[in-house]
Design a protein around this ligand. Sequence first.
Ligand SMILES: Cc1cc2nc3c(=O)[nH]c(=O)nc-3n(C[C@H](O)[C@H](O)[C@H](O)COP(=O)(O)OP(=O)(O)OC[C@H]3O[C@@H](n4cnc5c(N)ncnc54)[C@H](O)[C@@H]3O)c2cc1C
Ligand code: SF4
Ligand code: SF4
Length: 405
Amino acid sequence: MNESAAIWSPPLAEAPERHLCTDCGVSRSSSPKDCAAACQFIQPDYPALEARVHGRVRDAARGDEAFFGPYRAMYRARLKAPAEGAQWTGITTRIAQKLLEAGAVDAVLTMAPDAADKWRPVPVIITRAEGMAAVRGMRMGYAPLLALLEPARAAGHKRLAIIGIPCQVYALRALEAKLGFERLYVIGTPCSDNTTTANFHHFLSLLSDKPESVTYLEFLADYHVELRFEDGSRRKIPFLKLPISDLPPDFFPMTCRTCVDYTNSLADITVGYMAGQGQQWLLIRNARGQELLELLGDEVALAAPGSAGKRANAVKGFMENTRLAAGGLPLRRMPNFLRGIMGWVMPRFGPRGLEFARARVEMKAVETILHLRRAEPARMKHMVPRHVWALAEKYGLVAEAGEQK
Ligand SMILES: Cc1cc2nc3c(=O)[nH]c(=O)nc-3n(C[C@H](O)[C@H](O)[C@H](O)COP(=O)(O)OP(=O)(O)OC[C@H]3O[C@@H](n4cnc5c(N)ncnc54)[C@H](O)[C@@H]3O)c2cc1C
Ligand code: SF4
Ligand code: SF4
């Protein structure tokens, strides 16, 4: 792949050693010291960046902003003609494709599958609309997306779209003014429970005796994991039957256990599925996000997201499990026959739609605090934003001395 191809993967510098780092790419740039100001895991300032990017900070009195960050509209959504190979229906890659087709951007920065390992993300620069099809779908792991910024600029690209996960988008926004691109569109996806690609291969080997034949995996909002295989077959496994207790305690890196921005609140548009009840879930966060949605025209079907069930007990149960696990993965001591019954009950009576998304965001807040308190107490004061404390306080989890600025 070279600079003139539709997809280009430039050679990148080695990453220096960093503690609590998802290798977003800043440390590989010509200015690795920028990590100090740009890193989500050092001293994030969400209010300042929300005000700069969206024109205002999140407002807890406004809809669900306490959970999901600033937004001006929220939808349950799907492409009427789902794109082949997409993780859901392909809204994310279709928006970027439209930007390239319209000539609104010179390039899109995102992740392609590695040629030798389809689950490994490789950062790529895409300059022609036809290149977007190759990057559809989800890879597991993280890779240095922002290390593409300097090669993109050197290639003369001034107007960019970036598809990123929250820890990448935080650093991008922190550096945006300094980067000086003429135009920047940020398409974000939510992200949680990510791990290294190597760890993910181990997980697949516990789920299937032919892990190499798995082509797709997703944690659905109906409390099941869906697997798809090369022969076209599909399998759904209830969350409660996942072999979580067979995974090593450090399966999820500390970064991904303590990440504070599940819903990618600094993107222009967030494209997820959590409140979609089987469809996609869009958060339009600012005027640029609205512009991105409008590119889809009548290719997209939109509806108001639904909400049902009550989340409080699910979040409390999760908090207790996380405490009991003391740094390992939440314990699963339920007998097998009960797990089957719960696997049936949860999608029908557990929190659904927006209530499911609120539950997941609160669980993440609780998890962040408990893990940092145990493993990185000195980081808490700077790393945990006030809005994360506010979510956990409802469950009796409050800041102790020295944990808050
Ligand atoms: C590790 C991970 C965890 C996620 N967890 C959640 C979750 O808990 N809740 C939720 O609602 N949504 C989550 N998502 C987002 C969700 O899986 C879908 O990607 C999203 O809803 C978009 O679907 P789509 O059909 O529009 O995407 P597509 O059109 O198929 O495009 C997917 C885009 O994501 C990019 N991508 C794929 N893998 C990675 C990666 N590892 N790192 C960065 N970019 C990548 C691709 O390059 C592509 O541009 C997660 C995504 C990732 C990568
Ligand atoms: S995640 Fe990014 S900003 Fe943070 S230390 Fe790693 S490379 Fe630097
Ligand atoms: S869970 Fe958080 S820290 Fe981990 S890769 Fe996703 S956004 Fe980054």
